[in-house]
Ligand binder design. Sequence first.
Ligand code: GLU
Length: 381
Amino acid sequence: MLREEFINAKRIVIKLGTNVLRNADGEVAISRIYSFIEDMSKLVKQGKEVILVTSGAVGLGKKRLNLDSTAEDGVKQACAAIGQSKLMSFYESGFGIYDIPIAQILLTEDDFSLRYRYLSLRTTLNKILEFGVVPIINQNDTVSTIAMNPLMAGMKVNFADNDKLSALVASELDADLLILLSDINGLYTENPKTNPNAELIREVECVTDEIMALGTDASEGGRGGMRTKLEAAKLVTRFGGKVLIANGKIPYVINKIFEAEEIGTMFLPTSENLPDKKRWIGYATNIIGGLVVNEGAKKAILEQCSSLLPIGILNVVNDFNRGEVVSIMDENNVEFARGMVNYNSQECRKIVGSHSNNIEIILGYKNYDAVITRDNITGLL
Ligand code: GLU
């Protein structure tokens, strides 16, 4: 695919990482921030819709208070509150020069995992874009404990970093392109810090397990790393969007990208374009419960897009309510799909392994033949 195609992208999500918004000494990278704003304003003037996902609040707050560490309870949250307004003051004054209004949106994982909030957020963002305003999004770190404690037990974390957040926003808004700008050039064949022969990969057709294995850990200051960027790329390309990972320290990088310069690593959309509800089930929800299923059920779900019947279920993991999204795992406990359940965990435990005709005899009632209906299942492989 040619880089020229970027020029045609209409709806673009741009994510700026902490390390491109501040300099090595932790100070705000003012000239770089204004050059991003200049480039983004140009895109808006061309009639494109730009959604900005910005990091940097915690870093700027920490600098503002001259703190060495944010480890103590509540300090990161406090820094986020202090840094966020500073961050927005740059965007307000910069976009103001080009007469482009901006809107601040701070999000937590519940805004995605609760469907009514997800739908309301989508309506609002679309309205903001219709008004020709640039939405500027960050995690609401001040109240979001998950972002601060990504290892909360038993929960598959929805987003703990802005890479995932930007991918969810791109998915929710059906964006054509997600650009992730940080201090790395893109994806390399090896770790470039340790191997001088590592080569930059220009184009990735599909985010396979081999590609995922190239991901390394988080960079200093930010919460994401190559791994979270690859996860973001996987999510976005699956719903038909393109992704570019590039170095935000290249002067006027956004402008160069839209002049089709060969910058960074481009991830191509896979052919699949999931309907909105399936995207939400697959990617936007917090998962606590799970169902372990047999090989036959796995095959039927992945190959024939079948519903999940009780007869194919081997085991019920954790507790969940009717209508919640759960993990669907194979016999090795590997998650291969997610789905919204028609029965709660107690009911599931009673009907596991049974024929659907017996549901009524066992429970005394029957809502559905299937524990998860096919329209409510999203394969993850
Ligand atoms: N939301 C965080 C901040 O504004 C950054 C999260 C990340 O680095 O991904 O500081």
